[in-house]
Design a protein around this ligand. Sequence first.
Ligand code: NAI
Ligand code: 15L
Length: 268
Amino acid sequence: AAPRTVLLTGAAGGVGTLMRELLPPYGHELRLLDVAPVPDAPNAVVADLADRAALREAVRGVDAIVHLAGISLEDDFEKIMAANIAGTYNLYEAAREEGVRRVVFASSNHAVGFTRRPREGEPPLPVGVPHRPDTFYGLSKCFGEDLAQLYWDLHGIETVSLRIGSCFPEPTSVRMLSIWLSPADCARLLHAALTAEDVAHTVVYGSSANTRAWWDLSTARALGYAPEDDSEAYAEKVLAEKGPLAEGSPDDLYVGGHFCTDPPRRPH
Ligand code: NAI
Ligand code: 15L
């Protein structure tokens, strides 16, 4: 597909930093935005998702938006409300006003975090399971998915909502062996979500081709996503460090794992 100009929000964050490197080789020209300064990016837009005028200017002329910005762990409801709920609404409003037709939204496994994870021999979890957030954070991702559906039905703006598992350079826990999304596969998934035709609002799980996978990747594969990585390469190391999952522990029972009982909080 032709190169596309893409606004990458959350460009200073963990995933944003990785994608800044990994997306341009697919032919995407990136415009960067974050409330924090983006290292080595003098042209990045430094703006809060609360600033509607800045968002409108930032989305002007782009073909698509990859929306990663927001609070990425649990926090006080008011903070989640401002950054993830109102912030995502502000961004979609800017997209509508400026005629941007495609958004890729970083949802999260925590939108369905209290769902039981499939046991051995059970089918992988489909995207159609009801929302079952494990935190205010997960609840904000449910909102984002529903907002995406509304903006498709009402305004014809297409979204791919990615329920990302754990996107880090390496899996570092037993649960992550099931839900790891390697940075290279994340770039493959974003590219597919940016370029697939007629996606309307599509929800996909974002993980690599993990041997221990929990999720049905068929909606992601239908976009053209073909994962190449498997966390199994790290399994021996992780299991030696962490030991097997304790039966009946949150990480063993739930999609959202320890977020269900003891969610990591954003440091202030
Ligand atoms: P991160 O916390 O490292 O990065 C988020 C970025 O958003 C930060 O650079 C922060 O400054 C920016 N941001 C926060 N509030 C903002 C605001 N009001 N206005 C503008 N920018 C703001 O998070 P990470 O790990 O890079 O995740 C990126 C996205 O993917 C997040 O939306 C997260 O919820 C989602 N996600 C990430 C997963 C992962 O494994 N890393 C798993 C599931 C979802
Ligand atoms: C998320 O949604 C978080 O943003 C990320 O930091 C990880 O904790 C991930 O989920 C996970 O479930 O491991």
